[in-house]
Design a protein around this ligand. Structure first.
Ligand SMILES: *[C@@H]1O[C@H](CO)[C@@H](O)[C@H](O)[C@H]1NC(C)=O
Ligand SMILES: *[C@@H]1O[C@H](CO)[C@@H](O)[C@H](O)[C@H]1NC(C)=O
Length: 229
């Protein structure tokens, strides 16, 4: 009798377990970049948000490189190198608006020689999507920016998971444009990761306003948000 009751109690418990619904669905928008808002200044036509949803939203942490041009005694850009961290899990949270400043403060305080790859972990955006750097332009002349996810995360080993691009829009940063690098729109010229990329919410990265003849090349730390469509 006792064992029968136990058995029936156990089987109803088992039934109960089986009947339980699966866990709660993921919070809407969690780790989904499609609803991320790209906030662009009004009154300009250089950067126009696409009508489609973003495919990736990334935090860039890295450096802008410059060389001193002897004829003008101004620094000119020679490219950039950055680590790209996934922002899709925080793009609906209050931290999103100022994540580039939080990241820049951590990056700026990092000791010389510390890698940009460690900053994401420190500020709660640990997932590395890929890298941004410059390559010889597909035309063979000059350099072009590249966003390369081929060696990281779910695209590791996928040789087409990159974009090499060409700048199609450029505005000075809406705040502190002497310090913060321009906001940009870039179109795909090669690769299948995305067709359009925007660099916004930049922090730092501008060179000093002038250089003296023979100045060494410099690297200036910066952070930014990149939206890939
Ligand atoms: C930028 O400068 C750093 C040294 O600060 C160097 O390691 C890197 O290769 C340079 N990259 C480009 C694209 O010039
Ligand atoms: C490789 O990456 C591209 C995006 O860059 C994607 O469209 C394609 O489906 C991926 N291929 C495989 C086999 O995962």
């Amino acid at each position: 009798m006792f064992s029968f009751q136990l058995l029936s109690a156990l089987s109803s418990a088992a039934l109960l377990v089986v009947a339980l619904p699966p866990g709660p669905p993921p919070r809407p928008g969690a780790c989904d970049p499609s609803g991320a808002i790209m906030d662009l200044p009004s009154g300009q036509t250089q950067l126009v948000a696409p009508t489609t949803a973003p495919l990736f939203v990334a935090l860039g942490v890295g450096i802008q490189n410059y060389t001193c041009t002897a004829s003008t005694l101004k620094y000119t850009s020679t490219g950039a190198v950055a680590s790209l961290f996934d922002l899709s899990c925080i793009d609906k949270s209050p931290a999103f608006a100022s994540i580039q400043t939080t990241a820049f403060n951590a990056w700026n305080a990092a000791p010389a020689g510390a890698s940009a790859n460690t900053v994401g972990g420190r500020i709660g955006t640990p997932t590395l999507l890929g890298f941004h750097y410059f390559v010889t332009s597909p035309s063979g002349t000059g350099i072009s920016p590249k966003w390369d996810f081929t060696s990281t995360g779910k695209f590791a080993g996928n040789s087409s998971a990159f974009v090499t691009g060409s700048k199609v829009g450029d505005i000075t940063a809406p705040t502190d444009s002497a310090t913060n690098v321009d906001w940009l729109a870039i179109n795909n010229i090669e690769g299948s990761l995305a067709s359009k990329i925007f660099r916004i919410d930049t922090v730092n990265g501008q060179p000093p306003t002038s250089c003296v003849a023979g100045s060494a090349d410099i690297s200036v730390k910066y952070t930014a948000k990149y939206f890939l469509y």
